[in-house]
Structures are given as C-alpha cells and as structure tokens.
Design a protein around this ligand. Structure first.
Ligand SMILES: Cc1cc2nc3c(=O)[nH]c(=O)nc-3n(C[C@H](O)[C@H](O)[C@H](O)COP(=O)(O)O)c2cc1C
Length: 168
C-alpha cells in the first residue's frame, strides 16, 4: 500500500529556441503523473539563468530548492555534438548537495544514437555529485519522426512501456 507519494523532479535539459525537448518531456511527465507513486515537479531549465561565474543568484537558489525537495530526478536531455547541452552542465554544477544520494533517471533523444551519447557522460557527472543514475533509460532515436504534429508519440505503446520501466 502506498502511504506517501515520492517527489519526482523532471528536468527539461534543452533551452534553445524551437527545441523539441518539451515534446519528449511531456510524454514522460504524463506517464509519471499516471504513476500513483509520484508527485511531479517539472523544472524547465529555460526558466532559469545560471550565471557562468557561478555566483549565488536567485535562480540558482530556486533550482537548488526544487532539486533538494525531490526524492528522485529525471533528466530529459538531447544530444548535442555527442554529448549533453552546456546549460544542463551549468545547472548540475551550480548546485552541489541537493543531488546527493538521489536516483537520477535519464530520458534521451536525438538522431541516430537516440541521445545515448549524452546519457553516458551524464552518468559520470552524476556519480561525481553523489547521485545515482538508474540503469534503464527511455531513448528516442530520429526523434523528429517519433511524434506527430500534436506532439503525441507515433508508437505510444513502446514509448509508454519504456517510461513505465524507468518509473517503476
Ligand atoms: C548543436 C546541435 C548538435 C547536435 N548534435 C547531435 C549529435 O551529435 N548527435 C545526434 O544524434 N543529434 C544531434 N543533434 C540533433 C539533436 O539531438 C536534435 O535536434 C534534438 O531535437 C535537439 O534537442 P532540442 O530540440 O530539445 O534542442 C544536434 C542538434 C544541435 C542543435
């Protein structure tokens, strides 16, 4: 029996204009919301400004508080030049302790490799901040063909099944 919901923060890791990230994130968010064990907080990095100088800022504090409040985190990341986006690294580096001992799920998308070349370096980075990435991933290769014009997955069964494995 479930007594209390776990707090799951879902971080949208791409911030560029015209990004595909929210479409992929929506799928995972909707699956997480259907999963009765989770209370979901969607954190869109586009709403934050992480100063390159890493000085304290209101946005860094706000981000730190939301990650600190989470029991687990899911990162939705594209692949840029065989790795993950710079703004995502800024976000990870800008806070320290809130990542500690948290499970981190990785949801990736991109061209041929489905963003998996951003997933693997993220595992190394999260190990350094004492977080634990989980083995299973959700990954979309050729992502622009995987969703229709309404942003719905063309193959909802397999996309939702992959998301549920990660959420479980
Ligand atoms: C700067 C840049 C570099 C990219 N490099 C790769 C890459 O190395 N491998 C890949 O599979 N896709 C690559 N892509 C394709 C992206 O993964 C794809 O366009 C994805 O939608 C980007 O996420 P976004 O739309 O949320 O920004 C790249 C896209 C951009 C903008």
């Amino acid at each position: 029996m479930i007594t209390a919901q776990m707090k799951l923060a879902i971080v949208i890791g791409s911030v560029r204009q015209g990004r595909f990230g929210p479409t992929v994130a929506n799928l995972f968010v909707s699956q997480a919301r259907q999963h009765e064990e989770f209370e979901v907080d969607v954190i869109d990095l586009a709403d934050f400004d992480f100063p390159g100088s890493m000085v304290a800022s209101t946005d860094v504090d706000k981000f730190a508080r939301r990650i600190a409040a989470a029991d687990g985190i899911a990162i939705v990341t594209p692949e840029y030049n065989h790795s993950y986006p710079g703004p995502l690294k800024m976000a990870i580096d800008s806070i320290g302790k809130p990542w500690r001992a948290k499970p981190v799920a990785l949801v990736s998308y991109g061209g041929k490799s489905g963003g998996l070349r951003s997933v693997e370096p993220l595992r190394v980075v999260f190990a350094e901040v004492h977080a634990m990435t989980i083995r299973d991933t959700v990954s979309f290769h050729g992502v622009w063909d995987k969703f229709d014009d309404n942003g719905d997955p063309r193959d909802p069964e397999s996309a939702n099944a992959a998301a549920q494995v990660v959420l479980d």
